[in-house]
Design a protein around this ligand. Structure first.
Ligand code: AMP
Ligand code: GLY
Length: 439
């Protein structure tokens, strides 16, 4: 049996851990916060900082870990893979230089520009107010996105029309970043429909998985503040009704070129999972950002559909001999995140969550623990998203119904988006895309 270590504590890591166990792994988990799902799946767990590399190495050696899978971005961008591999533990995840694809938006845009990756967009880096007014004039103020350098947990990016409503707003935000000595990008605003393409990468080969669309806004109908993601869906044909196989091929091609560019530029190979966030626009396919890991919630949409063995896939990533000898079930999925009432502004924490485990088993829905804790056998909320509920079926409609029935098996001061995965919301996305393309 292979001893696999999962690092991280959220629903993404819960589903990665579940998929490794399904592949026959002996699972071990190292996490800064105890995930009840990983606790149940693992032979042994350790609750400790996910960036204390010496402690992770100790735990790995004690438990004869064959390889580690790194779930979240935070340890990746500070070099967890470099530290563990130096200590003799192979990793599924990029080293610090390659993880800059996510860790530094400036690195990523410069790389895409230098290597002429087609889906790249117009952008410019600033560290002072010099030249900003002219750049805004060139691009058009209502066409501006401001992106601070570094990880921002999805909260630092400000888009004209969503968070910024005038030239004054743009300049004030830029000034705020200059004052904080935070470098930033100004880039062209894209208008279209977003999708996520999550891939497996062994340094050279880049293999895709079903497309997923996430929902960032807190409330139904895309209202309310931005969140870490309130739910996501994927379709039985692994595409989106507004994204064709040709689009996917273009996106995959650009991800392959990017992986080659990382090698050419830094000398190191990118390996692990690579997440591409793309937008289809009237001007073609555009790259919004890369993440150096699986998405959360998007990992829950694709990993349960995997027909291959994730342990073997991880070993081929490490051994640089990844080949498309695995498939995904041709089913649709809908993931609904349950979040504490008041999330993300004023979430109710330490509220009990009651999971009717018998009932939910009968519904066919799956559930994943996110930011909840277990005490005395009971589950309680924290300030972040609580649980991911997943429906899988032959059609989107059925998957959505299963997810909703699953949600009803969970009690607590929680809310979720009822519209994620519904035909009505999907139609809105299709109509939006059609109106842009036929304009
Ligand atoms: P990021 O942290 O780069 O994923 O940005 C967060 C969100 O901001 C994305 O998921 C998009 O919805 C939006 N966004 C980022 N960049 C752009 C862009 N250039 N044009 C339009 N929207 C964007
Ligand atoms: N769902 C967005 C992310 O994982 O960053």
């Amino acid at each position: 049996m292979v001893n696999c270590l999962i690092i991280g504590h959220g629903a993404r890591e819960h589903v990665i851990g579940e998929t490794l166990v399904r592949g026959g792994a002996n699972l071990f988990a190292f996490m800064s916060f105890k995930n009840a799902g990983l606790e149940d799946l693992s032979k042994k767990i350790k609750i400790h900082s996910e960036t204390d590399f010496a402690a992770i190495l100790d735990f790995s050696r004690q438990n004869k870990i064959d390889f580690a899978v790194i779930g979240p971005e935070a340890p990746l961008v500070v070099g967890i893979v470099d530290a563990l591999e130096k200590g003799g533990i192979p990793c599924v995840g990029p080293t610090i230089e390659a993880a800059q694809l996510e860790g530094s938006k400036i690195f990523a845009r410069n790389l895409l520009e230098k290597y002429k990756i087609k889906s790249n967009i117009e952008s410019k880096t600033f560290d002072s107010m010099d030249g900003i007014v002219n750049y805004i004039k060139d691009i058009g103020e209502d066409n501006i996105v401001v992106k601070p350098e570094g990880l921002t947990g999805g909260k630092g990016v400000k888009v004209y029309g969503d968070h910024l409503f005038s030239k004054k707003d743009i300049l004030e935000y830029c000034q705020e970043l200059v004052d904080k000595k935070n470098r930033f990008l100004l880039e062209e605003k894209c208008i279209g429909e977003e999708f996520t393409l999550q891939t497996f990468v062994d340094g050279k080969n880049v293999l895709g998985s079903p497309l997923v669309q996430d929902h960032k806004r807190a409330y139904d109908d895309d209202k309310g503040p931005n969140t870490g993601g309130m739910g996501s869906y994927s379709m039985e044909d692994h595409l989106m009704p507004f994204i064709t196989q040709i689009d996917v091929n273009l996106a995959l091609e650009d991800m392959k070129k990017t992986v080659a560019a990382v090698k050419a530029e830094t000398g190191v190979e990118y390996k692990g999972f690579l997440y591409g966030q793309f937008m289809k626009t009237a001007k073609g396919l555009k790259l919004i950002e890369f993440n150096s890991r699986f998405g959360d919630p998007e990992a829950m949409n694709v990993l349960p559909l995997l027909k291959g063995n994730l342990v073997d896939i991880c070993l081929s990533i490490i051994n640089r001999n990844l080949s498309q000898n695995f498939e995904f079930e041709r089913k649709a999925t809908v993931c609904k995140y349950l979040a504490p009432e008041g999330y993300p502004v004023n979430p109710k924490k330490d509220e009990q969550v009651i999971i009717n485990t018998e009932k939910i088993k009968n519904t066919g829905a799956k559930y994943y623990y996110a930011s909840v804790y277990r005490e005395g056998g009971l589950i309680f909320t924290t300030t972040s998203r609580a649980m991911g509920i997943l429906g899988i079926a032959n059609s989107l409609e059925e998957a959505e119904i299963i997810a909703e029935i699953g949600v009803k098996c969970i009690e607590g001061k929680l809310f979720h988006r009822k519209d994620v995965g519904t035909r009505k919301l999907l139609q809105k996305r299709i109509d939006h895309m059609n109106s842009l393309l036929n304009h």
